[in-house]
Design a binder for this molecule. Sequence first.
Ligand SMILES: NC(=O)c1ccc[n+]([C@@H]2O[C@H](COP(=O)([O-])OP(=O)(O)OC[C@H]3O[C@@H](n4cnc5c(N)ncnc54)[C@H](O)[C@@H]3O)[C@@H](O)[C@H]2O)c1
Length: 255
Amino acid sequence: MSNAVGSYIITGAAGGVGAAAVRQVAERGANVMAIDLDAGLLSRAVEAASGNGEVVARVADVSSEDDVRAYVAEAVRLWGRVDGVFNVAGIEGEFAPSGNASTENYDRVMRVNARSVFLNLKFAIPVLVDGGGGAIVSTGSHLAWHGAATLGAYCASKHAVMGMTRAAALEYATSGIRVNCVCPSAVDTAMGQRVSEAINPEAPDLGRQVLIDQAPNERLARPDEVAAAGVWLLLDAPHHINGILIPVDGGQAAA
Ligand SMILES: NC(=O)c1ccc[n+]([C@@H]2O[C@H](COP(=O)([O-])OP(=O)(O)OC[C@H]3O[C@@H](n4cnc5c(N)ncnc54)[C@H](O)[C@@H]3O)[C@@H](O)[C@H]2O)c1
C-alpha cells in the first residue's frame, strides 16, 4: 500500500488536457495511472509529471472492455485502492453534415467518447464503493448542451457523457461517490488545432479565429485551465457537489 494522498486514473493522458491533469494530480502527491493510446506522447507526459507519488504510463484503448477492466484491476494491485478517475480521452471524428455522415465515424466517436465513459464507470465504481467513496470526472464539452453543424456524432457522444454522469451521480450518492463533468469550449490543444483546420483548411488561423470569436473572453481555453477544473472536482470539491457539469468556456454557456 502506498503513502500517497490517493490513487487516480487519468485517460487521454498524452493529450493537451490529460497531460496537464497528470502533472497537477502528481504535484498533489497522488499516485497516477496515465492512460493513452499514443505511447510516445504518453511517456513524455509522464516524464513531465513529478510528485511524491508514483506516476505510471499504460498504453490502453479506453473503448475496449478488456483494456479498461485490466487497468482498473492493475491500479488496485499497485496501490490497494483507486480514489478517482478522470475521463479525458476523446476524439472529434470526421466533419460532415448529417445527411452525408459515415456510420463508421458515428460508431468510432461513440466508442471512444461515450462507451469509454460507460466502461470506466462500470469498472471503477465497484472499486470506489469498496474503498468507501471517491470521485469520477468526465470530460464533456460545450457540445454536451449545444449542437454544432457537421459534428453530429461528437455532439451525440458528449450529450451521452452528460446523461451517464447524471445517472451515476444519482445511483451512488449514498456511497460517497461524486460523479461530475467538466465542459470546455474550444481548447488550445492538438484537437483545437484540428478543429481550426477543419473550419478553414486553407487558413487554419482564420478557423481558430472563429473559435476565439465564440468565447466572450475572446480566447481559447488553456489545457491547464480545463485540467484544473477537473482536478478540483476530482480531489477538492465539497462532497455535496454531485452530478454537475462545469463549463470552462470563458462565459460561452452564459449566452
Ligand atoms: N480541444 C477542444 O477544443 C475540446 C473542446 C471541448 C471538449 N474537449 C474534450 O476534451 C478532452 C481532451 O481533449 P484535448 O483537447 O486534450 O485533445 P487531444 O487530442 O490533445 O487529446 C486527446 C487524447 O485522447 C487520446 N485518445 C484518443 N482515443 C483514445 C482511445 N481510444 N484510448 C485511449 N486514449 C485515446 C489521444 O491519443 C489523445 O492523447 C476530449 O474528451 C475532448 O473531446 C476538447
